[in-house]
Design a protein around this ligand. Sequence first.
Ligand code: SF4
Length: 647
Amino acid sequence: MGKSLTHKIIESHLVSGNMIPGEEIFIKVDQTLTHDINAVMTYLAFEAVGIDRVRTECSVSYLDHNLLYVDNKTPDDHIYLQSVAKRYGVHVSRPGNGICHSVHVARFGVPGKISMGGDSHTPHGGSIGMLCIGVGGMDVATAMTGVPMRLTMPKVIKVNLLGVLKPGCNSKDIILEMLRRVSIKGGLGNVYEYVGPGAEALEVSARATIANMGAETGATTSIFPADEQVRKFLISQGREQDYKELLPDSDAEYDGFIEINLSELEPLISCPHQPDNVKRISEVEKRPVQQVFIGSCTNASYSDIAKAALVLKGHQVNENVSCTCAVASKQIYKKLMQDGYIDMLLDAGVRMLEIACGPCCAIGQTPATKGIAVRTTNRNFIGRAGNPTAEIYLVSPESAAATAITGTFATAEEILGIEIGKLAEVKEPKEYKIDDGMLIKPLPEEEALEVTVVRGPNIKPLPVPDAPQNYLCAPISLKGQDNISTDDITPASAEFSSMRSNIPLMSQYCYHRYAPDFAASAKAMGESIIIGGENYGQGSSREHAAINPMYLGVKAVIAKSIARIHKGNLINHGIIPMIFANPADYDGLELEDELEIENLLEQIPTRTITIKNKTRHFQFDVKLEITDNEMEVVLNGGQLTYLKKQL
Ligand code: SF4
């Protein structure tokens, strides 16, 4: 029986384990990436391990998310990150070079390799036939040590794309259709492998939008074959030598099947406050839009921005709309300038922002109170744009541009009419001017050993948890509902992003929008337990959503289900992830109830733990849905202590 592309890549990197869905396997990791607002903890952990140089083929540190130097914190972080990269053999992409995923695919990605990134949209690299997985920062630190990475063997789902997108539709509409069908939890444990004539016709930038935002389904990753489109892309990057064809076998066996006819798609919109709340733009009530943002790793490629510019050409941004645009990389920006598209945007009244993530993670361009923001980004959780009263809608660049003109939800066809066909003529450049001047290469090993790592006042030590004790008796410090996101736990914004290197400070704001008293009460409790509903910790790979509660004394999270990356982060940082054996037990628990666990260390290996509610006098069971290796990490109190024992 033939093999999927995913199976071929995993097999070629398999160190141990059986490739049976749900089983724990260990794989060799070729590449890692980090970005500035999560990375300090990653490199502090790597330093604490005590080896002299990264042991991957290529590790890159991107300074791309927070380029607003409003006080000392972010420059302190960037100087630390640049110096620690020099010391340990890591490439640096300097501020202004571009957003990590876009630059990584263009300048470092190689078909058939495996990459782990400390960012949930790392699957972006699946657009060129790489297997790219978003993980927590501690996992990236582990990968950099060369230790094989644990992975739960995913199911591989074939997504057969038929037909051709209509002009005015974008690959954003394909991934929004996927989200509509499978939901924000539907991808859990899956790799989506996109094939078929519709996939073959998509250029790498369009594939990247799909692979990137596949993260919103909860999938392990998404991948496209390395085919002629990938060869063309690598030629445009002057890297044809990195191309090798990688396809699934024609008789490949898959664990599931989805089919989408692209010809039937219409422009779609993800409505507040979850990415899977997807509707057709034509069926959404027309309401006044206050802000439009065109950008992010999801939708700021050359063709994305060029198409938005063509829609805006000859029009003015509506006077009630603030419209901004951030291009994904310097390379793309220069090509767009050369081809006249930046002029079109400026002439229409679009404000060009820095080449960075910026507004996507609430670093600048916060919407007004109760403002409606229409964005080409990938997330629309409450507060994601920095204002919890705002409503965020997600669309394609073409639809965002049309919305900027009309001041309400609109499609490109409403603006261009019979000229809509010209959007289909926009293609990715055959050739880019290659300029890697903003990439800093690793130093030779002997020189690197002489480098002093610079630690400004914002760089505080990495907190390391204790191993669990045999007896735990702790109150409930928070009872959350379904779909608590990492943004709820540790908010995104310029203010909070720059605190991520300083856990004593940042932990004071843990859950501060969702449960303003949490930090103070958890600290006063000493040790405590968090209760969650379904899909606890959904959203980003932000390990601060585990580190901050751990720092405040949280010992366990008991939830109906826990999002994949967040569960890994909890384990890595010494919080035990527990799942209600009977979800109805959630209803019987209240804030401050005292929960008692006896013989915890003996119960952990059985993967079922009995908990006594001492306040309400009943018992309930929880399950540990963890692998053997994860259990070792739990018993050691976290990945850092465990990892040090392995090296
Ligand atoms: Fe940056 Fe937004 Fe992409 Fe994250 S999702 S890497 S914040 S652009």
